[in-house]
Each structure stands twice: as C-alpha cells, then as structure tokens.
Design a protein around this ligand. Sequence first.
Ligand SMILES: N[C@@H](CCC(=O)N[C@@H](CS)C(=O)NCC(=O)O)C(=O)O
Length: 214
Amino acid sequence: MKIHDIPGFPNPLRVRIALAEKGLSDQVQFVKVDLPAAENREAAFLAKNPTGTVPVLELDDGLFIGECTAITEYIDNLDGQPTLTGRTAREKAVIHMMQSRAESELIDPIGDYFHHATPGLSPALQAHKSPDWAGREDFGRRRRVKAEAGMRYFDGVLRDQPYVAGDQFSMADITVLEGLVFAGFAQIPVPAECTALTAWRARVEQRPSVQNPA
Ligand SMILES: N[C@@H](CCC(=O)N[C@@H](CS)C(=O)NCC(=O)O)C(=O)O
C-alpha cells in the first residue's frame, strides 16, 4: 500500500504514528505531496481525494481512502486484532465519540485558525483558502477560541482517566496529541491551567510510535 502525504505535518503524523503502533511502518511506500506548492489542489491529486487533504491511503487494487479516521480503521483491522479503534461495540463507540470530538473541538479549528488568521503554509496554498472572504480573519479567531475551549475540555477528561477514551491508548489520543502539535505550529499555547493535558502529553510523547513514527 501507498500513503500520499508530507512528512512532519500533523494529520499525516496521525497515520504514521498508527502505523508504528501496529508495526506496519515497513509495509508502506510513501509518496510526497508538495503542500507548500499547493500540489494537493491540482486536478491529479483531487482525483485521489476531492477534499484536497493529506494523508491519502492507496490500496494495491487502486482504491483511495482519505480521512485519518478511515485510514486508521483500515490499518488497525488488517491483522484482525485492533488496538487503536476498539474491540467491543462499547469500546468502538467511545473511541469514535472521542475521536470525533478531537477533530471537531481541537485539530480542525486549529487548522482553520492557521489557514484563515495567520499567513498559513504558503501563498500558493493560501490562494485556495477563500482569499476574498472579508470575514476570514474573524472566522479564524473564533476557531482559535473554540480550540482553546477544546483544550480545556480534554484537560477535564484527562483529570479523570489516563487516556482520552478511557483506560487504553487509542486513535483519539493520537488525534489530540497531533492537535497540540498543530497548535504549536499555529502558536496557540496550551492554557497554563491545563495541567492534566500537559502531563498526559509528556506521557504519550514517550511512546515508541510517537518517538519514531513511520
Ligand atoms: N479531516 C482530514 C484532515 C486532513 C488535513 O487537513 N490535512 C492537512 C495537512 S496537516 C492538509 O492536507 N492541508 C492542506 C489544505 O488544507 O489544503 C483527515 O482526517 O485526514
């Protein structure tokens, strides 16, 4: 299988950490997509993923799968022994609930802030981000406020349990972690009072998969 992405970026890292967790790092061929040059907005890439985002998984039969959650589900279930996405109906439901919150309350609003209220990645890519929309900076700032509220929400969660979805590390932890990494790029600090979130981050950053992603 192939993964179309760019190394070191937060959403690609979500899948690269999952691959390392599953011991599948050497099963994948990576194809670099030049985001600063807006290659992801060209027709050839949009044919693979109409949303124009990376990562994209390409299976050997030619099927393209976008979205980190879907890609993680695929790689986690390849060996029939999922460790990141839940085994029972209950585990799956809770992990997907927290994964969805990690996206809607944290990593997605941070991305919106980055692209709408800062210079973003490059002029070439920014040209695709609603340049004529007068309210874009205000939108970006509101998304930052939402992301900061998301940090406080996850801090509260982690005061009561060791991992984002309960007692076990899961894909929701990977998403919150990369949300915080993205916040660093976007220069959104974690509020000082979020001590449980900061302590959890220090702990999960010690995992071999985070230290050495695919
Ligand atoms: N919901 C998507 C988000 C992917 C995403 O936003 N990726 C960023 C890189 S970190 C991207 O491709 N940005 C390019 C753009 O927005 O044009 C997923 O889960 O895969």
